[in-house]
Design a protein around this ligand. Structure first.
Ligand SMILES: [Zn+2]
Length: 116
């Protein structure tokens, strides 16, 4: 999915979250929105910044699971996790829609093996 769509949909997601919980700490809203563009960094480093879909380290299921467990004890990570999950499912939906889904893209092991 293109980065601009991640930014647009991430902003809407963050805004809706703010509407539902108006007293939320603004720093948490930033953590919720940050994955909209930060998750593309590992992918952009490989020189593919224009087209962005789930092929980076931060997009892997293993990273999501570790962050989910850490968010149980570190509250700010919960909002980062929610933002990353939103980003992750946007990529998943886009790949399903464009018939470009490869389960290898979403596992850390596959990425490590393909680099070697
Ligand atoms: Zn992505």
């Amino acid at each position: 999915m293109l980065l601009r769509w991640h930014l647009f949909l991430g902003a809407i997601f963050t805004f809706l979250f703010w509407i539902l919980a108006p007293t939320i700490n603004k720093a948490y809203l930033i953590l919720l929105f940050a994955p909209s563009f930060l998750m593309g960094i590992d992918y952009a480093r490989r020189g593919k910044s224009k087209i962005h879909h789930g092929k980076g380290f931060l997009h892997t299921i293993e990273v999501q699971i570790i962050l989910a467990f850490l968010s149980l004890v570190i509250t700010p990570l919960l909002y980062l996790f929610l933002g990353m999950i939103f980003h992750f499912f946007l990529d998943l939906g886009y790949d399903l829609y464009s018939d470009n889904l490869s389960k290898r893209d979403f596992f850390l092991y596959s990425i490590l093996v393909s680099k070697g």
